[in-house]
Unconditional design. Sequence first.
Length: 148
Amino acid sequence: DARYRSSSLISGHRPLLGARAPDGELRDARGNTLWRSDLCNRDAVLVCFDDGQLPGCDTSELRLLLADVPHLLVVRIFRNVAPDCEHVLHEESYSCVSTRLWTDWRARHALIALGRPDGHIGWSARQPARETLATGVKKALGIASRPA
């Protein structure tokens, strides 16, 4: 599979940068099963991995921070939510059906990663500062940063 080795679009400090984003089964709030790759179709997807142990990432806050990035879906993926507790999921949050997706991403709490529309990981960091996150996402999508 193709992997970006050196590209001005790829930034961050995680082992999977530039690789095709790992796929796996997810379950939504209604109990429907889908694949991680179903989330990005032609859009980019910013994935916040949440193991439920600490306060998770605030996807609403991230949507506001990145409101000027067109066609960006922001979602939260929980490591595991028991089927009888899926009511805690809300729109644009998902639970891993198995631990495979979590393991393949080498996910840890507060890992945030950008899946580019071409299916590759363009940026990733754990507990990034807001400015670092916004800059990394925009760079990975080829959006020039505006001078302050």
